[in-house]
Design a protein around this ligand. Structure first.
Ligand code: HEM
Length: 430
C-alpha cells in the first residue's frame, strides 16, 4: 500500500519515517484549497505543494471539502479513463464539492451539459455534437487561422501592451463565435457571459459572483433560444444550423434545451481555457529564451510546443469523477458517492512518467499529458484549442521577433482549478 489515507493529517504525519528528504510533515497540504488558486502561495506556485502531495500523500482525503484528491499520473490516468465512474453531481455525497452544483430544493442540476452527464445521455448528445463540431473545425481551419492573423496584425505595432487583452482573450471568443454563428457585434457580452457562467464551476462563490453567474446564464439562455429558432427558420453556414439539421433528420436525438445547453458549453468551455493556453505559452516562451529560439528556428516544433505548454502549465488544473461503488485507489478505501478530484497539473509533472518534469522543453517528445482529461469526457474542444495555439505561437513570434516581458508583476487568476494570467504585459521593439 503506497498511498497515505489521511482523515487527520496531523495524526497521520506524526512519526512518519519516510521524510528522509527533510520534508516537514506540516508542509504537506491537507486541503485541496491549499493547492488551488485560492491560496496566494499556491496561486503563484502550485507545483511545489503538489509535488509534496505526489511524494508524500498521493491519495489525499479532504474531509472538509468531502473529496479525494489524486496527484499521481498513473492513478489519474486510470481514473479519468475508467468508464465506471459517474459525473452527474446529484450522484455525489451530500456536502461534497460536486454536490454544490446541485440545486438544494430540487436535488438536481438544471439541465447539465455533457460535462456533467453520464451514459446513455452523455453519448447520445456528445456523439452527434462532436461529429458536427469536428467537421466544422476541419472546414473552417483556414478561416480560423485568418482570424488569428487578423487579431495579431491589429495589435500595437510596437511598444508596451497587455497580450491577454489584445491577443489571448479576443482570439478564442471570435473563433468560437464564427464557428457557432453567433453575432460578432456582441463579443464583449459573450466574453462577459462566459466569465459569469464559468463561475458555476467555482464551488465557493461570493454573492457578487453568484449574481454575475445568474445574470449571465439568463442572458446566454435567451440568446441561444432565439438563435436556435432563427436558424431553424433560416439555416446559415454555421454549427447551430448543422445541429438543427441533424435534429430534424433524427440523426441527433437532442431536445432544444439540451442543444442550447451544449452549444453554450462550447461557447463558455473554449474561451477562458484557450485564452490561458495562449497566455501561459507566451509567458513560458518569454521566460525560456532557448525554447523560443528553438521554435523560431523550426516552426515545425509548434505542435510539440503546444503539448509541452499544456503539460507544463495546464490551463485546467483539475477534473473530477464520482465513485458509483466502494473501491480502492492506490490502496485507499473510496466509498460509493464519494468525489475524486484528479490534479491534472500534478499528473503532468510526475517524475514517474516524465523525465525531468520541471523542465520546459519543446524539443523532446514526451509521453501524453492529461491536460485535456481523458476517457469519455476528454475535452471535446482539444482539436480546436490545438489549432489555435499552434498558429498563435508561430504567427506571434514572427510578427514580434523581439518581444520580451515588460517589467510588471505577474498576476495569476484566482478562479480555483484553472491556471491563467490576469494580464501579461509585453514590450516589442520599435
Ligand atoms: C487549452 C484549452 C482547453 C483545456 C485545457 C480544456 C480542458 C478540459 C478538461 C480538463 C475537460 C474535462 C475532461 C475530463 O474530465 O476528462 C474538458 C471538457 C470539456 N471541454 Fe475543454 N478544454 C480546453 C478547450 C476547450 C474548447 C476550445 C472547448 C469548446 C470549444 C471546450 C469544451 C469542453 C467541453 C464541452 C467539455 C465537456 C466534455 C465532456 O464531458 O464530454 N474545451 N476540457
Amino acid at each position: 500500500m503506497r498511498a497515505i489515507w489521511r482523515y487527520d493529517a496531523s495524526k497521520q504525519n506524526k512519526g512518519r519515517k519516510n521524510m528522509a528528504d527533510g520534508t516537514n510533515p506540516k508542509d504537506i497540504p491537507q486541503s485541496i484549497f491549499q493547492v488551488s488558486a485560492f491560496d496566494p502561495d499556491a496561486r503563484s506556485d502550485p507545483h511545489t505543494p503538489l509535488k509534496q502531495l505526489r511524494e508524500h500523500c498521493p491519495v489525499m482525503r479532504d474531509e472538509m471539502a468531502k473529496t479525494w484528491f489524486l496527484t499521481r499520473y498513473e492513478d489519474i490516468r486510470a481514473t479519468v479513463n475508467d468508464r465506471s465512474y459517474v459525473r452527474l453531481p446529484s450522484k455525489a455525497e451530500e456536502g461534497s464539492l460536486s454536490r454544490r452544483l446541485v440545486d438544494e430544493e430540487s436535488g438536481e442540476m438544471e439541465q447539465p451539459s455533457i460535462l456533467f452527464l453520464d451514459d446513455p445521455d452523455h453519448a447520445r448528445i456528445r456523439l452527434p455534437l462532436a461529429k458536427a463540431f469536428y467537421a466544422r473545425i476541419q472546414k473552417m481551419k483556414p478561416e480560423i487561422e485568418a482570424i488569428i492573423d487578423e487579431i495579431i496584425e491589429a495589435a500595437p505595432e510596437s511598444g508596451r501592451f497587455d497580450l491577454m487583452n489584445d491577443i489571448a482573450v479576443p482570439i478564442p471568443v471570435l473563433v468560437i463565435a464564427r464557428i457557432l454563428g453567433v453575432d460578432e457585434n456582441r463579443l464583449a457580452e459573450f466574453r462577459d457571459w462566459s466569465e459569469g457562467v464559468i463561475l458555476s464551476l467555482n464551488p465557493v462563490r461570493t454573492e457578487e459572483e453568484t449574481a454575475h453567474l445568474v445574470r449571465s446564464a439568463d442572458a446566454i439562455n435567451a440568446y441561444f433560444d432565439d438563435l436556435i429558432a432563427a436558424r431553424r427558420a433560416e439555416p446559415q453556414d454555421d454549427l447551430v444550423s448543422d445541429m438543427v439539421a441533424l435534429q430534424a433528420t433524427g440523426e441527433a436525438d437532442i431536445s432544444d434545451e439540451e442543444l442550447r445547453r451544449n452549444l453554450e458549453a462550447l461557447l463558455v468551455g473554449g474561451n477562458l481555457t484557450t485564452t490561458d493556453l495562449i497566455g501561459n505559452g507566451v509567458w513560458l516562451f518569454l521566460t525560456h529564451p532557448d525554447q523560443l529560439e528553438a521554435l523560431k528556428a523550426d516552426p515545425g516544433l509548434a505542435g510539440q510546443a503546444v503539448e509541452e505548454v499544456l503539460r507544463y502549465e495546464a490551463p485546467v488544473s483539475a477534473t473530477s469523477r464520482i465513485s458509483p461503488d466502494e473501491r480502492e485507489i492506490g490502496g485507499c478505501p473510496v466509498k460509493a458517492r464519494q468525489t475524486v478530484f484528479c490534479s491534472l497539473a500534478s499528473a503532468n509533472r510526475d517524475a514517474a512518467t516524465f523525465d525531468q518534469p520541471d523542465r520546459f522543453d519543446i524539443t523532446v517528445k514526451r509521453p501524453s499529458h492529461v491536460a485535456f482529461g481523458g476517457g469519455p469526457h476528454i475535452c471535446i474542444g482539444a482539436p480546436l484549442a490545438r489549432i489555435e495555439a499552434r498558429h498563435v505561437y508561430v504567427k506571434l513570434f514572427e510578427r514580434y521577433p523581439d518581444m520580451k516581458l515588460a517589467d510588471a508583476p505577474l498576476v495569476w487568476r484566482t478562479l480555483p482549478f484553472f491556471r491563467g494570467l490576469e494580464t501579461l504585459e509585453v514590450e516589442t521593439g520599435a
